[in-house]
Design a protein around this ligand. Structure first.
Ligand SMILES: NC(=O)c1ccc[n+]([C@@H]2O[C@H](COP(=O)([O-])OP(=O)(O)OC[C@H]3O[C@@H](n4cnc5c(N)ncnc54)[C@H](O)[C@@H]3O)[C@@H](O)[C@H]2O)c1
Length: 363
């Protein structure tokens, strides 16, 4: 493979970040085609990024031999069917988050990638932020001792116009609200930093928007070794500045993001944290660019990308456990199984339908 040929499916809000990242890899990768059901968008995107081929049919990109990698920047419910079709056509696939809307879909994607012997990656670009890398190094170094408490909040505001885009705000197409769309980044970071919890208890509600899906979630995560985390996510939080944060308390000290701050009662431990952090360089590239570059280089080097489909599935499993607990009013133990009520798309949608019905009765 001389230069990796890239096709982008979905030319909406996030697609430019992908195109710009590929443009920066001149000599290594090149943009060959873009597909969007909206003809004007596809044409304008192709013109803006000097992409030779534009189409309204994503299959057109799958038939081309000069396209090796497909970037999926479509609504969530299309991630699984389009990724599976692309993998079967022999393409490597980088999917925007979330990996899929259900674990059933995610497992089908992972199987398709394995069978086709192609890479499947997911976009969790915050992993490439120096703050996150410092926090991970510090936690892994053991200098904080055993983590016993974490707090993760994603307190964002989305204006009503955000939900006027037809696929958002609906269980069938967005797959959920603030949890699966916005806070899935924070959920991925939590798993990346301190691992998958063993039990989840969650509550969701729809507070400030005229939508089916949740714009508010409050949850508790528990680990068998005594670690406990509190999580909240919202697109209904009107705040002057972003108050989202992540905090991990350990026996001997604390790390807090964003921005990254280490605390310790002992000067000596702070010095050791400073030492660990020195190994993490300052930000050179925006997160999206760094992640896209890693994925394309992984394809070239025939290795797994730093953020793979398997990790996309993990975040989706915790998201699914949150919804299952909120729908049933019961704590949910992890791992989920194919028998779990929210594992399949149909099962999750049926429970979501009841949630919408019950909310309508309450209000
Ligand atoms: N990583 C991040 O920080 C980040 C930020 C924003 C969005 N996203 C993700 O990117 C994806 C797209 O979100 P967005 O905000 O760009 O949405 P968007 O609505 O702006 O864009 C989606 C595009 O897909 C097109 N599309 C719809 N159906 C299609 C089809 N059948 N075939 C081809 N194109 C089709 C639409 O016409 C639209 O242009 C989602 O998965 C979203 O969660 C990620």
């Amino acid at each position: 493979m001389e230069r990796i040929g890239v096709g982008i499916v979905g030319a909406g809000g996030i697609a430019s970040a992908h195109a710009k990242a590929v443009e920066q890899l001149k000599g290594e990768a090149t943009l060959i085609g873009v597909a969007d059901i909206d003809e004007d968008r596809a044409r304008a995107f192709a013109r803006r990024h000097q992409i030779p081929v534009w189409t309204t049919e994503y299959e057109d990109l799958l038939h081309r031999d000069d396209i090796h990698v497909i970037h999926l920047c479509t609504p969530h419910h299309l991630h699984a069917p389009y990724a599976i079709a692309a993998l079967k056509a022999g393409k490597h696939v980088l999917v925007e988050k979330p990996l899929a809307t259900s674990l059933e879909e995610a497992d089908q994607m992972l199987t398709a990638a394995q069978k086709a012997n192609r890479q499947l990656g997911v976009v969790f670009q915050l992993r490439f932020e120096p703050d996150v890398r410092r926090a991970r190094e510090v936690i892994r170094s053991g200098v904080l001792g055993k983590p016993f408490y974490a707090e993760v909040s994603c307190l964002w505001w989305r204006r009503p116009v955000y939900y006027e885009v037809s696929w958002r705000g609906k269980w069938a197409t967005e797959g959920g609200g603030a949890v699966i769309n916005q806070a899935v980044h924070h959920i991925d970071l939590l798993i990346h930093l301190i691992g998958m919890p063993d039990e989840v208890e969650a509550h969701i509600d729809t507070i400030a928007h005229e939508i089916e899906v949740e714009d508010w979630c409050l949850a508790n995560f528990r680990w068998q070794d005594g670690l406990h985390a509190v999580f909240c996510a919202s697109t209904a939080a009107e705040l002057e500045t972003d108050a989202s944060r992540m905090l991990v308390l350990g026996q001997y000290g604390t790390v807090q993001m964003f921005p990254f701050r280490p605390y310790s009662r002992q000067e000596e431990r702070l010095l050791r944290i400073a030492e660990v952090c020195r190994t993490v360089p300052e930000r050179e590239l925006p997160g999206h660019t760094a992640l896209v570059h890693d994925f394309l280089r992984a394809v070239r080097e025939r290795r797994a990308p730093l953020v793979s489909g398997v990790e996309g599935r993990q975040a989706l499993e915790l998201v699914t456990a949150i919804y299952q607990s909120a729908f049933t009013g019961e704590p949910v133990s992890l791992p989920l199984t194919p028998q779990s009520p929210c594992y399949t798309t149909a099962g999750k949608l049926e429970m979501a339908r009841r949630y919408v019905e019950q909310r309508a009765k309450r209000t």
